[in-house]
Design a binder for this molecule. Structure first.
Ligand code: HPA
Length: 234
């Protein structure tokens, strides 16, 4: 896709699917672009811009993350309730473009609480532990040091990763509803005995896909009741 470029990260598919899921027209972006790839914000923002231009109402963001909270184990799914932007940058820095809402968009409720509750009910129905928490975004590409992990914990973060927050900020600014799910692929650095590798993270995240898929299937089936009247009932 022009402007989006290819997914540069090994293990990230780099394709866009257009599908009807549970009666809801859906675009699936497989393999997001990341700020650490060094191409700036355009490839990160483009999927959200596209969704906005197409009149999408909802963005569901998924990621792999390191668990910081004591209750978050590898292979847990976490419903994102809020976030910390610790990237030291912001995708809306620059001349104001009204496509992204007002100059100073409100972020008091980035992740839709109603959709978060719905996700919680789905977790219960699937007998998954209901974990909720704050996701902290760092730029990477290094994983954290144990000292940084202690800092993140003291700042109130429950999970840490290198994505999601820019897209959530943009989508919310543009008026979309946002939901977020973190696949806890590992305990963060210093909280697990072994060193972190991308291969291990990828493997752990892949092993969680059936769980994530089950949650999203339920979620999508119930979405027509949630969204506007232009969406046909499932
Ligand atoms: N830190 C940052 N990003 C990550 C991690 C982590 O521990 N695991 C998966 N993505």
């Amino acid at each position: 896709m022009p402007g989006l470029g290819g997914a540069a990260v090994h293990g990230h598919a780099g394709q866009v699917l257009w599908a009807e899921c549970g009666g809801v027209e859906t675009l699936v972006f497989q393999g997001r672009r990341h700020y650490y790839e060094g191409d700036g914000w355009t490839p990160v923002a483009l999927p959200v811009f596209l969704l906005r231009q197409l009149g999408a109402e909802l963005l569901v963001l998924t990621n792999a993350a390191g668990g910081l909270h004591a209750d978050l184990d590898a292979s847990d799914l976490m419903i994102i309730t809020d976030h910390l932007n610790l990237m030291g940058d912001h995708p809306l820095i620059g001349p104001h473009d009204p496509a992204w809402g007002p100059r100073f968009p409100d972020m008091s409720q980035v992740y839709c609480p109603k959709l978060g509750q719905r996700l919680g009910r789905i977790f219960e129905a699937l007998h998954l532990p209901v974990r909720r928490g704050v996701y902290a975004a760092v730029t990477g590409p290094t994983y954290e040091t144990p000292a940084e992990v202690r800092l993140l914990r003291s700042l109130g973060a429950d999970a840490v990763g290198m994505s999601t927050v820019p897209e959530a900020l943009l989508a919310r600014a543009a008026g979309l509803r946002v939901a977020g799910l973190s696949c806890i692929a590992n305990r963060a650095a210093g909280l697990q005995p072994q060193a972190l590798t991308h291969a291990d993270v990828l493997q752990a995240a892949r092993a969680m896909l059936p769980k994530l898929r089950a949650v999203l299937e339920h979620f999508w089936k119930e979405l027509p009741h949630e969204l506007g009247p232009t969406h046909p009932a499932a």
